[in-house]
Design a protein around this ligand. Structure first.
Ligand SMILES: CC(C)(COP(=O)(O)OP(=O)(O)OC[C@H]1O[C@@H](n2cnc3c(N)ncnc32)[C@H](O)[C@@H]1OP(=O)(O)O)[C@@H](O)C(=O)NCCC(=O)NCCS
Length: 154
């Protein structure tokens, strides 16, 4: 990561840039492709995260330009008897990839979780997103036997 790039907590003024990044991410994910252009919905979700307790919204800021983001939320694992983090919204602008920004975002989330006593980071990835799997493996993640089930509420 270049010295000009810092990882910091997001602000309300970052919402447009964050929604732009989410659009890039959701376009890659079959489950969310239909939401890729719905910036109002994305900003609503981001605002909830920014206002919530035990939520973290990070941006990678390169000389004032938001080039990456990641979010984390604290849940409770009954299996582990303590806090566990759900990591989402990990995305770096195409021209800024391969410079360690994604890894730096995850490292910051890990440090935040460790301070809260979390024992685990967990996330979902589109099964066809092979580069993302390579990235997460390089960052110490492994796949598990669990699969995601979903029921949409009216
Ligand atoms: C996945 C993504 C966030 C990685 O961000 P990045 O800043 O380019 O990643 P980094 O430069 O920090 O790479 C960290 C490690 O992952 C590896 N890695 C990153 N992208 C990779 C790729 N496309 N293929 C193989 N390995 C990759 C790097 O080699 C590096 O390992 P190393 O340090 O041992 O060399 C970025 O490519 C992206 O935004 N992709 C589109 C959105 C996406 O798929 N997000 C994940 C959703 S679940």
């Amino acid at each position: 990561m270049t010295a000009a790039c810092i990882i910091r907590e997001a602000r309300t003024s970052d919402l447009d840039a964050l929604a732009g990044l989410l659009g890039l991410l959701f376009a890659l994910e079959a489950d969310f492709a239909a939401c890729a252009t719905d910036t109002q919905r994305q900003k609503r979700g981001l605002t909830l995260l920014l206002q919530g307790r035990q939520r973290l919204v990070l941006v990678a800021d390169a000389d004032g330009l938001v080039v990456g983001m990641a979010t984390a939320q604290v849940g409770v694992s009954t299996a582990e008897g303590g806090p566990a983090l759900l990591v989402e919204d990990v995305v770096v602008r195409p021209e800024s990839r391969g410079q360690g920004i994604g890894r730096a975002l995850l490292k910051r989330i890990e440090a935040w979780g460790a301070d809260l006593g979390a024992t685990r980071l967990q996330l979902l990835a589109d099964k066809d997103n092979a580069p993302a799997f390579d990235f997460y493996r390089a960052c110490g993640f492994h796949t598990t036997n669990l699969v995601c089930l979903r029921r949409t509420l009216p």
